[in-house]
Design a protein around this ligand. Structure first.
Ligand code: K7E
Ligand code: CUA
Length: 663
């Protein structure tokens, strides 16, 4: 399991903890699911769920969408990974979405989800996700449930502490997990980590009208590992809080060498202050960077990719008041702010307590210059002066915390496999329930906003073991739904997930469903190769490229017979779906194509590139069972030798058209 490696438990400690407890809590004697659980998750056929649950897919690079409380999987949204089912990353229109400064990168590791917010509440417009491996942030448009934009993050490696969002979607944060050499000198010995390696925190601006992302500025940070982050809310709006580990700055065997110190850090960033410095021209332009910015055009259905070459860097060592450090016990992971914005909960993976910091006390300590020293020129606040208090004996291996609307927090405990409910003000543990097994993230609907909806907490578990029918060495990943409407948490449902779920958000269904787009209007289609009716279908040769502007409607292609293709040609099938009805896609595939299918929604144009590798006749067909005569929705393409005299012709039914551009 990835998390077993990903969380850095020193060998000795982990061996002791695991040998004492194992990963599995013992099964309780009495049934864990109450008799009324079934009725609480039952959504009758034809009825809708109450919430959408957007769940990260981890190493599958996707997001998946579930209905709650039923746990039904409604959709998989490909984001950073190619998806042959829809042609995402295979069609000519979508390939540029996966362009980076390294070229086409068809995979990533998506850990965290952030729904867009207005006034600290979900507004249902967009959902953002991070690419961990080749640092990127994606924006999914919730009208279409499609990836609409991806921006690469330069000067970063491992974009884990991302894409956490401010209360009006002003910024999304992207902080580096792996510090790396930054600047002109990047080819350096790894053992020079301490002098040459730096971290960065990027502030990505989101255009309020279009959602378009741009890097407003980066902060040059000490060479630690940034892990997670949360924006302030309400009174702490204008601040960000980030957990980091490896303050030891180890570059090898981190599980031991990055766990030496008693305390790592939570960093508090005053981004309004950073904005002031930026306005005053204190940023340095960095011009040795390259990063891709890819945007989907809603009219052409095409993605435009450009490579950008400049970012603005602010150095907090030289610009006082941007960053402060708070010591935090034992390799902090989760760093979560409560709905009031007053409390910051830090979860040390190896800590025996959960420290809760007070925003008011942080402000007082800064005003009083109550520092215990500095770390690479950044002031370090005294732990006791900024602490609201510690939750004692919460459980083992605290990772992440979500909140309800009643002043309670829910913390996931990886090692002791449980969710612990505690009161934020009083720091008292109120309840605990086992999870099956080894919970990572958890989610309360609205649990990261100013006004949580509460009602449920969902556990996203790392280990499934015996919860489902065995399927060989690899088991499905698993989520669990608990009722939190009463004093005690109650397990209602297990449901399988795809990939490896990390963070998730859940939002009331009507905030999204009312805006969901049903079709693309054919008259608005501005794809350069659209055919808006069968009369516009055509085949044209441009040198070795043959462009087929094709239409689909139940149940035929125009054209469906094509001759005169030559071996050595690149054939582009630009397929327009003329349907204007909800839920009538057509698919397109041709024998031997080194490619996926394309699946074309009503009113849309998508392009499949095919390079025939031999002469002969090749069938093509619609892949989506669209009508009673779907099996009849097919055609043939003839491929002849390069020196052939066969003219380029195309037809459907009787009339054969000579290509207007036959050479
Ligand atoms: Cu805890 Cu990558 Cu958010 Cu997973 S991380 S669990
Ligand atoms: Cu179109 Cu099947």
């Amino acid at each position: 399991m990835q998390i077993m490696k990903a969380i850095h438990v020193p060998i000795l400690v982990s061996t002791i903890i695991l040998s004492q407890l194992g990963c599995k809590p013992p099964k309780p004697k009495d049934a864990v699911v109450g008799g009324d659980a079934a009725s609480k998750v039952y959504v009758a056929p034809g009825k809708y769920d109450e919430f959408y649950n957007f769940v990260s897919g981890g190493f599958n690079g996707q997001m998946s969408v579930y209905g709650l409380p039923s746990g039904r999987c409604l959709r998989i949204i490909p984001v950073f990974s190619v998806f042959p089912e829809s042609g995402y990353g295979y069609s000519e229109e979508s390939k540029p979405m996966l362009n980076t400064s390294h070229g086409f990168v068809p995979w990533d590791d998506l850990h965290h989800i952030s729904l867009s917010q207005t006034n600290g509440e979900y507004d249902g417009r967009w959902v953002f996700g991070n690419g961990n491996n080749t640092p990127r942030i994606a924006r999914v448009d919730l009208k279409t449930f499609r990836t609409a934009e991806i921006i690469e993050i330069p000067n970063s490696a491992g974009n884990h502490s991302s894409p956490f969002i401010t209360e009006n979607t002003e910024y999304i944060i992207a902080s580096t997990r792996f510090s790396v050499p930054v600047g002109d000198k990047t080819d350096v010995p790894i053992e020079t980590y301490k002098e040459n390696f730096k971290g960065t925190v990027s502030f990505v601006k989101v255009d309020p009208a279009t959602g378009h992302m741009s890097i407003a500025f980066q902060l040059l940070m000490p060479g630690v590992n940034f892990d997670l982050a949360r924006a302030g809310k309400g009174k702490s709006h204008g601040w960000f809080f980030l957990s980091c580990y490896n303050s030891e700055k180890a570059n090898t065997l981190l599980e031991v060498n990055a766990s030496q110190k008693d305390k790592d850090f939570i960093m508090a960033i005053n981004w309004k202050k950073a904005e002031e410095y930026l306005k005053a021209g204190k940023g340095k332009k960095i011009n040795n960077v390259k990063y891709a910015h890819n945007v989907l055009d809603e009219k052409t259905h095409m993605t435009n990719s450009e490579i950008l070459t400049e970012v603005t860097m602010l150095d907090p060592k030289e610009l006082p008041g941007i960053v402060y450090i708070m010591p935090c016990p034992k390799s902090p992971h989760g760093c979560d702010t409560d709905p009031t914005g007053e409390y910051i909960v830090a979860s040390g993976k190896l800590a025996a307590v959960i420290p809760v910091f007070s925003f008011t006390k942080i402000q007082q300590a800064i005003a009083n210059n109550s520092f215990e020293g500095d770390y690479e020129g950044i002031p370090v606040l005294k732990y006791e002066t900024v602490l609201h208090g510690e939750v004692k004996k919460p459980g083992l291996g605290p990772l992440h915390t979500e909140f309800d609307a009643n002043g309670n927090a829910y913390t996931s405990m990886f090692v002791s496999s449980e969710i612990v409910k505690w009161n934020v003000e009083k720091l008292e543990v109120l309840d605990r329930v086992p999870t099956y097994y080894s919970i990572g993230h958890l989610c309360v609907p609205g649990g990261d906003t100013k006004k949580p909806y509460g009602k449920y907490v969902i556990a996203y578990n790392k280990i499934t073991k015996d919860r489902y029918l065995p399927t060989g060495p690899e088991l499905t990943q698993s989520a669990q739904l608990y009722d939190i409407s009463g004093e005690k948490m109650k397990l209602l449902l297990d449901f399988p997930t795809v990939g490896e779920p990390h963070y998730a958000n859940a939002i009331p269904a009507d905030l999204i469903s009312k805006n969901s787009q049903k079709i693309f209007k054919i008259e608005d289609n501005a794809n350069p190769n659209v055919a808006k009716g069968e009369g516009q279908a055509k085949v044209e040769r441009k040198g070795n490229d043959v462009h087929v502007n094709m239409t689909t409607i139940r149940s035929h292609f125009v054209p469906d017979n094509i001759e005169g293709i030559k071996l050595g040609d690149n054939v582009y099938f630009h397929v327009t779906n003329l349907e204007q009805d909800w839920d009538v896609p057509h698919g397109f595939a041709i024998k031997g194509a080194n490619n996926a299918e394309i699946l074309i929604m009503p009113g849309e144009t998508q392009t499949l590139k095919w390079v025939p590798d031999r002469t002969g006749v090749f069938p093509m067909y619609c892949t989506d069972f669209c009508s009673a005569l779907h099996q009849e929705m097919s055609g043939y393409v003839r491929v002849s030798p390069p020196n052939t005299n066969v003219p380029l012709t195309y037809s459907t039914g009787e009339s054969v058209n000579q290509s207007t551009n036959p050479k």
